[in-house]
Write a protein that binds this ligand. Structure first.
Ligand code: JFZ
Length: 333
């Protein structure tokens, strides 16, 4: 597997992008401001499925420019991009045949974001990767009895069992992952998330892992393809199934880890766009984190939360620029 992991190990530095219908909301509803990550707006601001659907219906980010995004990643010294093809809210950023709840059919935008970004990556020599949420608050079979009322914060309650979940897994999740692995060229990494949902199992994770390898043998899969793999969990020498690399979140583990890992972090305190969040890490801090991570043998996946128009926040751009200047001066990360 060393050969398959080689590009990823060499890359060291990548860009995470959390973007979707929640980017319009910015974590705010009336007088409420969501705590923490604004990509959880549907949950945190108590939207029902019907209430929330109005956002995909107006999703029209006219300033989205895939080439400009990729150039910003590249100039920062990043070698790969991981974008949310579908986050927990279920809205899909590509032309999916499995649902109308996507950027082509529900949104006025009618441009395949995954296609534009994957092509821009290819053109500029950046490895294209996608995030895919196993949790889906919009899909009835993924939410069972809780559908369509989520204003009770129950959909992540592990005691709620949903017998229809295997149907969602077989007839929706897998076909969607297949679309993404079939129609957008070479995929560097499939980055799963939401494995904690009660109805998901390690067996499903194993099935999914080999399903992916059968379609694209070289694609790398993160540890959250397995059930309940937080951070580095399962990435020990026990040989437990946990995908190809660990995903410590907002933290840098100690030295001495002999499996592959990638620390993912935000520049402030949110993954999705949230203008209220001003807790920006300084450029110096971010550079220091990059050095720390790389010296310990990990990769750094640093997040951007573009706004509803398709712009990177100015604070993020400044930090990317500073990191780019540093990586140019000090050689590749
Ligand atoms: C998840 C998402 O819920 C979140 O919105 C974001 O996409 C992030 C990258 O991933 O949140 C998690 C997932 C796993 C852990 C913590 C937050 N974990 O393993 O500790």
């Amino acid at each position: 597997d060393d050969e398959r992991m080689a590009w990823w190990r060499d890359s060291k530095f990548g860009m995470f992008i959390h973007w979707g219908a929640y980017s319009i909301i910015g974590g705010e509803r009336g007088t409420n401001i969501a705590g923490g990550g604004a990509e959880w707006a549907m949950d945190k601001l108590d939207y029902t499925v019907e209430d929330y659907e109005k956002f995909p219906k107006i999703f029209n980010p006219q300033l989205f420019d895939a080439d400009a995004w990729v150039t910003m990643a590249k100039n920062a010294g990043m070698k790969y991009i991981v974008i949310t093809s579908k986050h927990h809210d279920g809205f899909c950023l590509w032309d999916s045949k499995a649902t109308e709840y996507d950027v082509m059919d529900t949104a006025p935008f009618k441009r395949d974001i995954i296609k534009e970004l994957s092509e821009a990556c290819k053109k500029q020599g950046i490895i294209f990767c996608f995030y895919y949420s196993i949790v889906d608050w919009h899909h009835q079979q993924a939410q069972g009895n809780l559908y369509p009322n989520y204003n009770i914060g129950q959909h992540d309650d592990p005691s709620v069992v949903n017998p229809k979940f295997p149907k969602y897994f077989k007839n929706y999740l897998k076909p969607q992952v297949k679309e993404l692995l079939t129609n957008y060229g070479d995929i560097g990494v499939v980055w799963f998330d939401g494995d904690w949902i009660s109805d998901y199992t390690t067996e499903m994770g194993k099935e999914l892992y080999s399903f992916i390898r059968d379609i694209q043998p070289n694609t790398i899969v993160n540890n959250r393809v397995d059930k309940g793999r937080k951070g580095m969990e399962g990435m020990d020498a026990e040989g437990n199934f946990a995908g190809d690399f660990g995903t410590p979140e907002q933290e840098i583990p100690d030295t001495g880890i002999d499996s592959d890992w990638e620390a993912c972090m935000t520049m402030n305190g949110t993954w999705g766009y949230k203008p209220d969040d001003n807790k920006w890490k300084s450029s110096e801090d971010l550079i220091q984190k990059l050095v720390d991570i790389v010296s310990k043998g990990g990769n750094f996946l640093l997040n951007i939360g573009p706004d509803g128009f398709g712009r990177f926040p100015a604070q993020s751009i400044r930090r990317l620029n500073a990191m780019g200047e540093w990586t140019k001066k000090n050689g590749e990360a």
